[in-house]
Design a protein around this ligand. Structure first.
Ligand code: HDE
Length: 689
């Protein structure tokens, strides 16, 4: 048990300033909320041994009262999340572009809190739903909190915030039957998407492997909208924010996702917890795409349209600093549940753009926080409070923890009290000139709905293209109404005819549907390799997990060599055995298991090894769970290492194919090191064919 899992209780000073006596056995004295020591926390106050409970029992009343109010409303979207503390360190001075201190003070460390999340699932849903991941970052800067509330996908479904409730209603469980949860594979979602051509680009992203990440640690993050940087002279430049994972990107396969959800619904949070606890701190580089009005005017698409990216090949991502996550919250509720992000939280030197989605978000997030946290004082909660000095004249309200001190709670006043504004240092909006007719319109410049969806698709490797087609086929096969399936395939014709044909074929459509008339003709753009996960693979096995299935009677030295090689490669090793008590080697040594075989299918690992004795191999061959362990690892294109006995006696019982180059036999010598070197490719894709 680590320190983190010990229950910490706070000892509050009593009226006289003294702390309560520590009880005899070293524990603190248990008290009521107001500090009264409790004599009996096991029994309510009654008359006689079997008589009625008395309402005067204030200890019981207070305890139950509090318990009955423990829950707060979960978030409407992004309900399931996991937060981690860390720091941001700037490596490049950007004072030519912005006066924000967090972007100009090189070497300065700023505290951050990041909350990763899924979007559609309820709070208790599983981690590997096919879904966008939230990547929300709160930076506690010296000039106030800056919240960069982004996702792991750089575009969004809709262009105007007024459609957000419709999008989310359509994505979440259907209102009459209350299912499916945490899944977009249903009629309402695809009905809405297929009626909103602007969602086509995002549809391609969510059907790609980006929505089934292997770990929060292996995803990119994006601010999505175009923002402004404003320098000390008042000059503005446009910017898009990126988080680039130093661990590299990696996703699971759909078949793995389905099985992981059963084997470990907390797969992503467990992964993050374990990484932080073992000191393997994940890092991301903050990247900026910086461009001016001239570029914005010459670009094929509108930079204010959140359904579009700016390809990195056109405007390179400049890395300016590093985010390191290194500390779990002491308490999940205190930080992860109560954190309140707000896109309106920006700092001097950073400003909003006119992206209508961003403008809508700035309006929306405060409402959500008030509803969830129940008071306009939610910024008094430590996770939301700034870490820089702050002073204002807002007062009272539910749960007010900081009220103005002194006589004057207004400004101006002649008492000489209270804070004053600072015109020079304070936040000033960029004085953009705006004029026009008051109207409800969608700009003509937002009308191209397919070109970038096509660009995304054509930028993928063949493996990734197949996965996109498979995902469309899976999701649309769950759609009951034929007309919706047909309508969606119609949009795909504009993306790529080959893709549309594959999906139509996979759905068994009798004939190809008609493509809808596009609002703007599709334009050909250069493929962007930066959009592919596999073209940007990490080529390192560091931070990954090797599952080693062991049996009794093995050569312990073989396991030791493999473990050493894995740890040298920066990977974690987990032992799986028939019993969690472990196995006994040929020399009588016990190797403890982390997991019992039934509880640890190979989908939980990035690569697997089976080290068996002759007798053990034969036994594994008779066990369904063991055969599935190996057969799945093979089907999921994992690298596999086998002891010679496992190759001889177990493989033929589990896998109907001969071992390929992704399968290695651990004989004497360099076997383990060579295996770990191969694992750096993460998967043996050649097996896909
Ligand atoms: Fe959000 N969004 N959103 N969103 N969003 C919320 O705020 C909303 C949008 C994003 O870990 C809510 O505190 C509107 C885009 C993340 O706590 C809510 C619109 C992007 C999180 C809300 C959008 C996001 C939220 C629910 C359309 C990617 C989780 C709980 C204009 C750039 C933050 C909450 C966390 C959360 C509204 C669109 C990302 C309801 C109205 C685009 C990562 O206020």
């Amino acid at each position: 048990m680590t320190d983190k899992t010990k229950v910490k209780t706070e000892s509050k000073p009593g009226n006289g300033g003294e702390t309560h006596q520590v009880a005899g056995d070293g524990h603190e004295t248990m008290t009521t909320q107001v500090g009264m020591p409790i004599s009996d926390d096991q029994n309510t106050l009654k008359i006689g041994d079997r008589g009625p409970t008395l309402v005067e029992d204030q200890v019981f009343r207070e305890k139950l009262f509090h318990f009955d109010h423990e829950r707060i409303p979960e978030r409407v979207v992004h309900a399931r999340g996991y937060g981690v503390h860390g720091t941001f360190e700037l490596t490049e001075d950007l004072s030519d572009l912005t006066r924000a201190r967090i972007l100009t003070e090189v070497g300065e460390k700023t505290d951050v809190f990041v909350r990763f999340s899924t979007v559609a699932g309820n709070k208790g849903s599983f981690d590997l739903a096919r879904d966008v991941r939230g990547f929300a970052v709160k930076l506690y800067t010296k000039e106030g909190n800056w919240d960069l509330v982004g996702n792991n996908i750089p575009v969004f479904f809709i262009q105007d915030a007024i459609k957000f409730p419709d999008l989310i209603h359509a994505a979440k469980q259907e209102p009459d039957r209350a299912f499916p949860q945490a899944q977009t594979a249903h009629d309402n979602f695809w009905d809405f998407i297929s009626l909103m051509p602007e969602a086509t680009h995002m549809a391609l992203w969510i059907m790609s492997d980006r929505t089934i990440p292997r770990s929060f640690r292996f995803m990119e993050g994006f601010g999505v909208h175009t923002f402004r940087l404003v320098n000390a002279e008042g000059k503005s430049t446009f910017v898009k924010f990126h988080w680039k994972p130093r661990q590299g990107m990696q996703s699971v396969l759909w078949d793995e996702a389905v099985k992981i959800n059963g084997a470990d619904p907390d797969f992503h949070r467990r992964d993050m917890w374990n990484a932080i606890q073992s000191g393997d701190y994940p890092q991301w580089d903050l990247g900026l795409q910086i461009f001016d009005d001239a570029f914005a005017d010459s670009f094929d698409f509108d930079v204010l349209d959140a359904t579009k990216i700016i390809p990195e090949e056109q405007v390179p991502v400049r890395k300016v600093g590093t985010l390191t996550l290194n500390r779990m919250p002491d308490n999940f509720f205190a930080d992860t549940e109560q954190v309140a992000f707000q896109t309106g939280n920006i700092v001097p030197g950073i400003d909003h753009s006119n992206d209508p989605l961003l403008q809508g978000r700035n309006f929306s997030y405060l409402d959500t926080q008030l509803k969830r946290l129940g008071s306009p004082n939610f910024n008094h909660i430590p996770i939301n409070a700034p870490k820089c000095p702050f002073a204002h004249l807002q007062q009272d309200g539910h749960m007010a923890m900081h009220n103005p001190v002194g006589r004057a709670n207004y400004e101006p006043n002649s008492h000489g009290e209270g804070p004053r504004e600072v015109p020079e240092r304070g936040f000033r909006s960029y004085p953009a000139e705006e004029a026009g007719t008051k109207q409800r319109v969608r700009s003509e410049t937002f009308a191209d709905h397919y070109s970038q969806a096509r660009q995304f698709y054509l930028s993928q490797t063949d493996v990734e293209k197949d996965h996109i087609a498979d995902a469309f086929i899976f999701e649309l096969s769950k759609v009951e109404r034929l007309a919706i399936r047909q309508r969606m395939v119609g949009h795909l014709i504009h993306v790529d005819e080959g893709l549309a044909e594959m999906v139509a074929e996979g759905l068994g459509l009798a004939e190809m549907p008609e493509a809808p008339e596009p609002a703007r003709p599709v334009i050909e753009t250069e493929p962007s390799p930066a959009l592919s996960i596999l073209k940007n693979a990490p080529e390192s096995f560091a931070g990954r997990k090797l599952g080693v299935l062991l049996t009794d009677g093995i050569d312990g030295g073989r396991f030791d060599a493999l473990k050493k090689a894995a740890e040298a490669a920066g990977a974690k090793v987990e032992v799986v055995a028939e019993k969690v008590g472990g196995v006994t080697t040929a020399r009588g040594k016990t190797i403890e298991a982390h997991e019992k075989l039934d509880g640890a299918p190979s989908v939980l690992y990035d690569a697997v090894a089976v080290i068996a004795s002759e007798e053990g191999a034969a036994k594994l061959g008779r066990m369904h769970g063991a055969r599935a362990f190996l057969a799945d690892a093979h089907a999921h294109k994992k690298f596999i290492a086998l002891s010679p006995e496992a190759r001889e006696g177990f493989w033929p019982a589990a896998v109907p194919a001969d071992p390929d180059d992704g399968v290695m036999v651990l004989d004497e010598g360099e076997g383990a090191t060579a295996f770990l070197e191969a694992c750096a490719a993460l998967r043996f894709w050649e097996r896909e064919a």
